[in-house]
Ligand binder design. Sequence first.
Ligand SMILES: N[C@@H](CCC[C@H](N)C(=O)O)C(=O)O
Length: 292
Amino acid sequence: MSTRIAFLKGHGTENDFVIVPDPENAIDLPPATVAALCDRRAGIGGDGLLHVVRSAAHPEARGMAAEAEWFMDYRNGDGSIAEMCGNGVRVFARYLQHAGQVTEGDLAVATRGGVKTVHIAKDGDITVGMGRARLPEGDVTVRVGERSWPAVNVNMGNPHAVAFVADLAHAGDLHEAPPFSPAAAYPDGVNVEFVADRGPRHVAMRVHERGAGETRSCGTGACAVAVAAARRDGADPAATGTPATYTVDVPGGRLTITERPDGEIEMTGPAVIVAAGEIDAEWLADAVRDRR
Ligand SMILES: N[C@@H](CCC[C@H](N)C(=O)O)C(=O)O
């Protein structure tokens, strides 16, 4: 590893990421390194890390290289790997624009959840084709203190449990992952969304993310919430033949989600690069050692 590693910091509706450009996949990023970089006190701080690699240079993405030049090697803040990150893809695209690799318009980004189509608009917002949701069967109950709610299972490439609540404050402080039953429902962990109504086709949510804790936004979570809300509201696009658009307020801003009758979901929202700098390799080596 070289002595100085370039990084940037960005966010999408305040879901924030350390961005590590590494086109040739030369930087080793084991979980302890990612966790040290994402540490909010002793590191740079972030809900997750976006490792920016050319698809052709990454074993998990080589098969997508013909369709998408760049691979979003996404990691959660605790160093774990996730299949997909909706806010991350927008910030990833914003980084490529910032770096002069792409301009406004369309691009394809390889992710562990497949190739995603991204549109960078003139007005600044970014739209991502998130693919289709899966709704695995099974009854799940999410609990916080004395309260419990049935949850809707929605898979957006990564797993989500969506609970409709009367008041977002009922989700409590979310310092811990909310327990659910049956305990074996999500063998690989789950992201839990709490959702309250704000108006017609307008909801607000809080989220406890797998591998990150409570965050200010979750793009795949907002899509899962829109999908669950459309089924609850009798507005399932596959059944009605009409697209369903939901406004989803998150603590860090607002996302717009549209599901089409063919099941394809689009998410639109902001993405911002806030800083760029260099990681001190000596600090990083010490920080990683301290974590062992
Ligand atoms: N914040 C992301 C989701 C990141 C992955 C998630 N924590 C998981 O482990 O599945 C988003 O914007 O989608």
